[in-house]
Write a protein that binds this ligand. Structure first.
Ligand code: PEP
Ligand code: MN
Length: 338
């Protein structure tokens, strides 16, 4: 349920409604717009929620039900875009923000060199996996905490905030010591213990869509994080499995405008994992920006052919520089910046 206050209602009337909701045993999710306040009623209580009682309170315009199961993630409950601030870089505002870096952190020199290169080209955050979810147990699994330390050193040198994957709920406190954004990988989108732990952490989260998950599954996964009090969640479309074999996955461009419509959370596109071949990453980056993505996450390496993971989809530094100029033109064409 949402209690919709009249435009420009006083703070006193808003506070009275909130204390009534809490007295009835529910929790409150406040969406304070420029002109109007919406008070979301969440959680369970023994007392049935009585809309008529609330509609009689001063300042209340009406009470509406939220028609979707992902209440906190929904735009119905929270009409304004959520803006996620990561060390002063804002995701979900007018500027299209680009996160870039290698698939895996391979060495201290590798991550520092790439960090400088992507910053120079205009990236606002650095990606790189220290813990890698690999299909084969014989593939490179990442450098673990050492990789996190190298990422932190790259941040110190460049000022770029660090986005890195956490694969296990037990590792959340450790990864939080180094990372600015916790990435939840596609394979872990429905690892509910992990979603719970990152929800409790209050760290910004980049939540990737599971490879066979619907948009509603993704929004329900986001709901787990939000319901633990962490509002700093970004959704990531990274391609889904289909019958098409030529590309690694199928980039679901639909997801960008649909998620923006259904949810207030920023939407980031990952064309690298979506298509799996570097020659198509530029075109899909342009398409994602044109479709309204708030940001991109791109795999970049100084020597893509030698990358220890995902080399085939990783662009070189010159290719990344070109991609950045291309998306700037698209962003401008739709009234954004990049
Ligand atoms: C990655 O970002 O390198 C990664 C493993 O992504 P995904 O979870 O989307 O496959
Ligand atoms: Mn990768």
């Amino acid at each position: 349920m949402i209690v919709i206050m009249k435009p420009k209602t006083s703070a006193k009337h808003v506070a009275e409604v909130i204390s009534q909701i809490e007295a009835d045993g529910y929790q409150v999710n406040l969406a304070d717009g420029d002109n109007q306040t919406l008070i979301g009623v969440v959680g369970e209580s023994d007392k049935p929620f009585d809309p008529k009682k609330y509609e009689a309170l001063p300042g209340v315009e009406r009470v509406a039900s939220v028609t979707v199961p992902y209440k906190l993630a929904s735009r119905e409950m929270h009409p304004q875009d959520t803006v996620v601030n990561v060390r002063g870089k804002v995701f979900g505002a007018n500027k299209v923000q680009v996160i870039a870096g290698p698939c895996s952190v391979e060495s201290r020199e590798q991550i520092i060199d790439i960090a400088h290169a992507v910053k120079e080209a205009g990236a606002v955050a650095l990606r790189g996996g220290a813990y890698k979810p690999r299909t084969s147990p014989y593939s490179f699994q990442g450098h673990g905490e050492k990789g996190l330390q190298w990422l932190a050193e790259a941040r110190e040198q460049t000022g770029l905030p660090v986005v890195t994957e956490v694969m296990d709920s037990n590792l959340v406190p450790l990864v939080c010591q180094y990372a600015d954004v916790l990435q939840i990988g596609a394979r872990n989108m429905q690892n509910f213990a992990l979603l719970h732990a990152v929800g409790e952490s209050q760290h910004p989260v980049l939540l990737k869509r599971g490879m066979s998950s619907t948009m509603e599954d993704l929004l329900m996964a986001a709901e787990y994080i939000l319901s633990h009090g962490n509002n700093r969640v970004m959704l990531c479309e990274r391609g889904i499995r289909t019958f098409e074999k030529y590309t690694r996955n199928t980039f679901d461009l639909n997801a960008i405008p649909v998620l923006k419509h259904l949810s207030h959370l920023p939407v980031i596109a990952d064309p690298s994992h979506a298509v799996g071949k570097r020659e198509y990453v530029d075109a899909l980056s342009r398409a994602a920006v044109a479709a309204g993505a708030d940001g991109l996450i791109i795999e970049v390496h100084t020597d893509p052919e030698a990358a220890l993971s995902d080399g085939r989809q990783t662009v070189s530094v010159p290719q990344f520089q070109q991609l950045m100029t291309h998306i700037q033109r698209i962003a401008e064409a739709i009234g954004r910046t990049a």
